[in-house]
Design a protein around this ligand. Structure first.
Ligand code: MTE
Ligand code: MOS
Length: 758
């Protein structure tokens, strides 16, 4: 079944923030943001801006009625700079004017006097200076120090992985409209309606029941709007509160790129020990996370890096340590995979390092160490593993070895084009690792004409969650999907929502919807039992718009049943609450059972490198992926293809560049390269994993939003293998004791060229 939004999308009729009809008297906000990455704020001169044409008000920190703070986990993020500035792009003042153009023009007239302080952009330097946002986190399994003594082979090295710009098509933005008695209605492009509600309440001083947040849909979020919609919502809310007029702010692309955080870059040190049979016995890893200037979501992102630091492998002795390092860059934030991909890149680097030194294929080490049922993760959860099954089923279908022989044959006869192949098993835990966030609510109304309205806290951002929720309701009531409408995520209808994140929105909100629908269905069937004179309710079901008895259609149709129920004063509405059972995590021991289940998969990726120019193409990505029993294969295939391409982009071409002054150099689409249609692999093949395992997802489907991104990591290693093929004929590197090439993603064409001719 198609994504319900596809028709309105292609016709340009879908409503995003910028399409919301404006209320008369609407004003426009624009911020003046810090030109310096770190400094003492001596003065800010807003005089000229305040008297400019069309300007209604200029707002600085001292004007706020509420608290000047939007930091959710650690209160270290002022809405508007006060006393000091901490990154280039930090909002310092708000200009509110009669038009967008006048607001932007006037904001440029503001000046600030800033006494420079030292700028740190490197997380290792930050850690050395004690600039940690939260204390280090650690996972320990077994005794790695002792285990290294018994390893036949030990390798150590360093791996660096860069950030990634979210590049949602719709930039950040908010439209804040005053409501009676000092309240506010906030339209926000956010993944977290409640997160925005809390931030707005904090900066305005309003109680939560005075603030309504409504989200129709996003033109993409990818994690970038889980926490970072707050600033713009806060800015518009404060401006609306102080001017008593509606205020809108939709960021320009370059404002968005400059002022918002990205995927966290990491630098890591690893040490890996193997026995003579290539079994990984011990692994030690230290992660330096570049958190940027404020906490944002960095600690939970860092935690997920630890959760996924051994990827799909069982290693009996692990010590993993992680530092959350404060630098003078925009606060980095959630991005599809939420720190997991960075953890996986490092273990894959360590394995590639060992393979190169031992002269074996990395795939051999990968395969020999896959998690099995009953193996323990470093965080204490016991695996119900499909790591081996996904590898085996993928191999049966695609014949992994043949892809390598084909590449070898090609390489033997080709001098300037070389092919490389790499495998990427993925194991990704599903659930928010902060257990209390794993809850959701759904409000279902059946109207007297038989149509159904559903509201949940899930935010539609292109991933098709609304389609899946509509499918749940249609299935529960035995109706066609056209009878169901999923409405906006709205904090008046659904309170205390968890953000749409962690790939869990369909699971959590779908389950709550299923519960609500089934409660209504049970009441209806109770009534139907009398109407069709059935012996017991259990004999009845709802299918194809009719009541069925023992599998046979009766004359009682859905619409009649609903109207009869209303006349009998049966409640046709339900509000249900779902909380994932059986999950827990205790940070005092760093052990627990944080995930409802894991998603497994195995991909093979092949590339061709042009060894004269350093360019490359991805020939294929073929994966065996665990969908569970997919609720919607069209939507899920879209998620897998999109995730893969986004992962390839991160690993190969997207290069976030800050200079030593903390200025973003890749600040536009002319200097930041994202995958386009020409960079999409020539072939993406998807084989659904076959498993009869039960899980906690809705109708035994499985979360699909994030895990496929990590297949893209194989592209890095496939390119590396192709480069190594070419270099076989080159003189050995001077530092032949270390690995031939540093592990430093992304592998841009420039870096490939340098590596080829190092
Ligand atoms: N797909 C599209 N089209 N747009 C997005 O913004 N975000 C991703 C993923 N797929 C995203 C997407 C991220 S980061 C997550 S966590 C999940 O969707 C969230 O949605 P879900 O929980 O419904 O899978
Ligand atoms: Mo996704 S990074 O959990 O929003």
């Amino acid at each position: 079944m198609r994504n319900l939004d596809s028709k309105s999308h292609v016709r340009g009729e879908s409503v995003y923030l910028d399409d919301i009809p404006l209320v008369q008297g609407t004003l426009y906000a624009c911020v003046f943001d810090s030109p310096a990455a770190h400094g003492k704020l001596i003065s800010i001169d807003t005089g000229e801006a305040a008297t400019s044409e069309g300007v209604v008000r200029v707002i600085t920190a001292k004007d706020l009625i509420g608290e000047n703070q939007i930091g959710g986990i650690v209160p270290d993020e002022p809405l508007l700079a006060d006393g000091e500035v901490h990154f280039q792009g930090q909002p310092m003042a708000i200009v509110v004017a009669a038009s967008e153009e006048l607001a932007r023009k006037s904001a440029r007239k503001i000046t600030a006097q800033i006494a420079p302080l030292p700028v740190i952009t490197d997380p290792r330097v930050a850690a050395a200076n004690g600039e940690l946002i939260v204390p280090p986190k650690k996972f320990v399994l077994g005794d790695s120090a002792a285990a290294f003594a018994n390893c036949a082979h030990v390798f150590e090295g360093r791996a660096d992985v860069n950030g990634q710009e979210h590049l949602y098509i719709e930039t950040q933005g908010t439209y804040a409209v005053p409501t009676e008695n000092g309240g506010l209605k906030i339209h926000s492009s956010t993944q977290g309606p409640t997160v925005v509600q809390r931030a707005v309440c904090r900066v305005t001083g309003l109680p939560m029941h005075q603030v309504e947040v409504d989200v129709q849909r996003l033109g993409g979020g990818f994690g970038g709007k889980e926490d970072q919609a707050n600033a713009w919502a806060g800015i518009c809310a404060v401006a609306a509160q102080l001017t008593k007029r509606p205020v809108k702010y939709a960021l320009h692309r370059m404002e968005d790129m400059r002022m918002t955080g990205k995927r966290h870059p990491y630098s890591a040190d690893y040490r890996i020990g193997l026995d003579k049979d290539l079994k990984i016995v011990a692994y030690e890893v230290t992660f330096y996370q570049n958190a940027g200037a404020a906490c944002d979501l960095s600690p939970p992102v860092l935690e997920r890096t630890l959760f996924h630091c051994t990827n799909s492998y069982f290693i009996s002795h692990v010590t993993a340590t992680a530092f959350c390092c404060r630098t003078n860059l925009p606060p980095n934030t959630a991005f599809r995979g939420f720190g997991g991909p960075q953890g996986m890149f490092v273990i894959e680097s360590a394995i590639a390092h060992a393979a190169e030194k031992l002269g074996v294929a990395a795939a051999e080490i990968q395969r020999k160490n896959l998690l099995d049922d009953g193996d323990e993760f470093p965080y204490g959860q016991i695996a119900e593993s499909d790591a081996i099954t996904s590898w085996t089923q993928g191999d049966e279908k695609y014949d992994f070895a043949k892809h390598q022989t084909d590449a070898d044959e090609f390489n033997a006869s080709s001098k300037y084009f070389k092919k490389g192949v790499a495998m990427m098993p993925v194991c990704f835990g599903i659930s928010f690792t902060k257990t209390p966030m794993n809850q959701a609510r759904s409000l279902v109304h059946v109207y007297t004409d038989g149509s159904v309205a559903v509201s949940t806290g899930a935010v539609e951002m292109g991933q098709g969650v609304n389609t899946k929720i509509a499918q749940v309701a249609a299935k529960a009531f035995g109706l066609d999907i056209s009878q169901v409408k999923v409405h906006t995520a709205n904090t008046l209808r659904i309170a205390n929502t968890s953000p749409t994140a962690a790939s869990a929105a369909a699971d959590l909100n779908g389950k709550a919807t299923q519960m609500a629908c089934e409660a209504i269905r049970d009441r209806l069937l109770c009534l139907a039992k009398d109407l069709v004179e059935a012996e017991k309710v259990e004999d009845l079901s709802l299918e194809n718009g009719f009541v069925f008895r023992n599998g046979e259609r009766t004359s009682l149709d859905w619409q009649t049943l609903v109207m009869d129920a209303h006349l009998e004063r049966v409640n046709l509405s339900e509000h249900s609450h779902y909380a994932t059972p059986g999950i827990n995590f205790d940070w005092s021991t760093a052990k627990g059972h944080p995930f409802a289940y894991h998603v497994y998969g195995t991909a093979i990726v092949g590339v061709t490198v042009d060894c004269l120019r350093g360019r490359y193409e991805v020939d294929y990505v073929k994966c065996c992926h665990d969908f569970g029993s997919s609720m919607n294969t069209a939507v899920d295939h879209g998620q897998i293809e999109g995730g893969i391409v986004q992962g390839l982009g991160w690993m190969t071409m997207e290069e976030v560049v800050y200079d030593a002054e903390g200025r973003l150099r890749s600040n536009a689409l002319s200097t930041y390269k994202v995958p386009d249609i020409y960079s999409v692999p020539k072939e993406i093949a998807i084989l659904p994993l076959e498993t009869d395992r039960e899980n906690l997802a809705v109708f035994n489907s499985k979360a699909v939003g994030e895990p496929p991104l990590m297949y893209g990591i194989a592209a890095y290693f496939a390119i590396r293998n192709a480069v190594a093929e070419f270099r076989k004929t080159a003189p050995p590197a001077a530092d032949s004791d270390s690995v031939v090439l540093p592990f430093d993603a992304p592998f841009t064409p420039e870096k490939v060229l340098m590596a080829l001719y190092r």
